[in-house]
Structures are given as structure tokens and as C-alpha cells.
Design a protein. Structure first.
Length: 366
């Protein structure tokens, strides 16, 4: 079929400094163990940005209980190396500010030449200092408000004489931990559509003042190519998508984990109070029902892996619960998912998913 000029539109490229992604799609980093080298490589090979999630990555290592920090570093290093061997595309990493071994894990990312560090679940105030001026690794904070973007910009300029290479703006419909209060999640004042112009306008002030370009990548509930089209049209330079990439063959989670995406209904997508002190979005199951009904006992934390985790009061270990789910043991765990996970009805290859997003995007133009 020949393309009629002006009627069909291709997705724009996403440019972050000297990195150029042919697709403006960042695969959101997903822990524990959901986005590792397999998924990240598949996305990078299609022209998007593949992202390895660092949180709890060493839990599959034999010595994790005794030596969790070393296990995390080793597993993280291996996954970055594996991904880099399998693609010439762009490989990023996602490192939550709240993890206890943040500094060491950032160091491994830089040593292994990760193309981008995405860092949220807290404000990455010290990140430029940890990475150092000589590194080529791009630094991309994940924020949920214009205020957070402003705080980071001010601090990085004042203290380190630099600015982020891009921002990810994650709205309240995302899966996993959310940067919103419970009552804000379904309040239209905090919708992604509201937040996008606010963040773009805030960042624009700095772009003009310093004559630089800071792309804004937006995510949280983005499902179709039409959604991508809408947000690119609003001024976003790219999108971050998590949920859609879980339902792919290449995703690093177990089949049971993926199957819960296929099986869930809209009413199964719930907001939970996570032990780490943030609300989170997940698929309801017996494990979460038991937590809600106070049927779980407080436990003795062996890892202290998340600084903000109130493990003395928490009825379960979130890292262990997420790791169990990744491995397919949903009796002792649960699945994080975005608000639109219920729309998923089948597994696709990353290639097929990207093809369908491209096709929908081109039609969204009309
Ligand atoms: C299973 C799952 C695990 C996630 N883990 C992380 C994580 O470790 N770090 C992080 O910054 N975001 C995490 N997220 C958020 C995603 O990176 C992404 O921003 C979000 O899922 C986008 O919304 P969507 O799922 O509606 O596309 C997770 C999301 C899901 C669904």
C-alpha cells in the first residue's frame, strides 16, 4: 500500500542527547525480575529503548540471603552484559532511588556502559555526583509532577552544573508503585493529560534559559498507538509503557505472571498500600485479600533492601512477594499491573506489538 502524503504518519524518533531511538517508546523498567535482558533486548531490537530493572535483581542468585548486595551487583552486571551482547540498540536501566544499595548499583550501571539510567521512586538528587562528569550514561529522572521536575532541575544546576538528559513523567494510571497520594489517583486534576502540559511548561523555562533540549517522556496507562499519538501531539517526545510489554513472549516473567494479565477483569485492578510507603497498582488475588483482611503476620526482614520499607509494621516482604510472583508462585505473591491490563487478551511477540502500535499510531493521525 502506498502512503498518501499527510494521511498516514510515522512515529517520530526519540532523541536523548547523542542517542537516537527509531521508536519513541521506552519500555518501563519492571521489577522484581520482570524486565531483564530478554525483554529489554527485544524492545531495543525493534528500535525502542529497552530497560532492565535493578530492584531485587539478585534474588535468583544462590547467595542472595547471605550476601544480597554482592548478589544484586553480580546479577545486574550480568544482565546488562547479556543485553549489550544481543543488541546494538539502546539499553537503559531502571534504578529506584529507594533501594538500599542505590549507590553501588548506579556504579555498576556506569561501569557496564548502560546507555541511560532511569531513576524514580524518590527524587534522584545525588545522581550526577554518583555517575561523574566523564560518563556517557544519560540520566533521566522519573517524576510525577512539575514541582518534582523543578526541584531536580534547581538542585542539579546549583550543585552539579548539569540538567537531566530527559524526564519521564509517570501519571497515576501506571502499574507498580505510584508517586501520588491515594486520593489523587482518580482525581482528574492529577490525570496524565493534565500533568503533561504542566511539566512541559516547567521544563521549557529551563530549556529557553540554558538553550538546551530536555525531552519529556510520558507514561502510565498508555495502551494503544492512538494513545501514543495523542501524547506526542501534546508535546511529549516519547512514551514509557510497562503493562503492554508484560504480555509478550520475551518478557522475563513466568507464564503464570503473564496469564494473570490475560485473565484479569477491570474490577480486579486495585490500589494497594505498599510496605515501602507508596500506593501501588496490582491485580487482586488471594494473597492481597489476606493482607487486606489482616490474615498475614508481620515478618522478620532478612534483606532491608528498600530504605523506605516499614518492615516492622509490614505484614509481608514486598520484594519476596514480587519475586514469588515473577517465578509463578502467586500463592505467596502478587502481580503489579497498570490500569489497562484488563484489556490484554493474548500474548504477542514484541515485534508484533510494536507493529500494531505503529499501525494504530498512523491511523490516529486522521
Ligand atoms: C510489573 C511492574 C513492575 C514495575 N516495576 C517498576 C520498577 O521497578 N521501577 C520503576 O521505576 N517503575 C516500575 N514500574 C512502572 C513502569 O516502569 C512503567 O512506568 C509503568 O508501568 C507505565 O504504566 P503502564 O504499565 O500503564 O504502561 C512497574 C510496572 C509494572 C507493571
Amino acid at each position: 500500500m502506498s502512503e498518501i502524503k499527510g494521511l498516514f504518519k510515522n512515529m517520530p524518533k526519540l532523541v536523548i542527547g547523542d542517542l537516537i531511538a527509531n521508536l519513541p517508546i521506552v519500555q518501563g523498567g519492571m521489577g522484581v525480575g520482570i524486565s531483564l535482558s530478554s525483554l529489554a533486548t527485544a524492545v531495543a531490537n525493534e528500535g525502542g529503548i529497552g530497560v532492565i530493572s535493578a530492584v531485587g535483581i539478585g534474588m535468583d542468585e544462590q547467595d542472595f540471603v547471605k550476601n544480597s548486595r554482592e548478589a544484586n551487583k553480580r546479577a545486574f552486571r550480568n544482565e546488562i552484559r547479556k543485553a549489550k551482547e544481543q543488541t546494538s540498540g539502546i539499553i537503559g536501566v531502571n534504578i529506584m532511588v529507594a533501594i538500599s544499595d542505590y549507590k553501588e548499583i548506579v556504579k555498576v550501571a556506569v561501569e557496564e556502559g548502560a546507555d541511560i539510567i532511569f531513576s524514580g521512586a524518590g527524587l534522584p538528587m545525588e545522581l550526577p555526583n554518583l555517575v561523574g562528569k566523564k560518563s556517557k550514561t544519560k540520566l533521566v529522572p522519573i517524576v510525577s509532577s512539575a514541582r518534582a521536575a523543578r526541584i531536580i532541575l534547581k538542585r542539579w544546576i546549583e550543585k552539579y552544573d548539569c540538567v537531566p538528559d530527559a524526564f519521564v513523567l509517570e501519571g497515576p494510571m501506571a502499574g507498580g508503585h505510584l508517586g501520588f497520594k491515594k486520593e489523587q489517583i482518580f482525581d482528574s486534576n492529577y490525570s496524565l493529560e493534565r500533568l503533561v502540559p504542566e511539566v512541559i511548561n516547567e521544563v521549557k523555562k529551563y530549556e529557553i534559559k540554558y538553550n538546551i533540549n530536555i525531552p519529556i517522556i510520558v507514561g502510565g496507562g498508555i495502551y494503544s498507538g492512538e494513545d501514543i499519538y495523542k501524547f506526542i501531539n501534546m508535546g511529549a517526545s516519547g512514551v514509557q509503557m510497562g503493562t503492554r510489554f508484560v504480555a509478550t513472549y520475551e518478557c522475563d516473567a513466568s507464564m503464570e505472571f503473564k496469564q494473570s494479565y490475560i485473565d484479569c477483569k477491570e474490577e480486579d485492578i486495585v490500589i494497594i498500600k505498599s510496605p515501602v510507603g507508596l500506593p501501588g497498582r496490582a491485580i487482586r488475588n488471594k494473597f492481597l485479600d489476606d493482607v487486606k483482611n489482616n490474615l498475614k503476620e508481620p515478618f522478620n526482614c532478612p534483606f532491608k533492601c528498600i530504605r523506605t520499607c516499614d518492615y516492622k509494621k509490614s505484614p509481608y516482604c514486598i520484594s519476596l512477594a514480587l519475586f514469588n510472583a515473577k517465578k509463578g508462585n502467586l500463592k505467596d505473591g502478587f502481580v503489579f499491573a497498570g490500569q489497562n491490563a484488563y484489556k490484554i487478551s493474548e500474548l504477542l511477540s514484541v515485534k508484533k506489538l510494536v507493529e500494531s502500535l505503529k499501525a494504530e499510531y498512523s491511523l490516529g493521525y486522521n
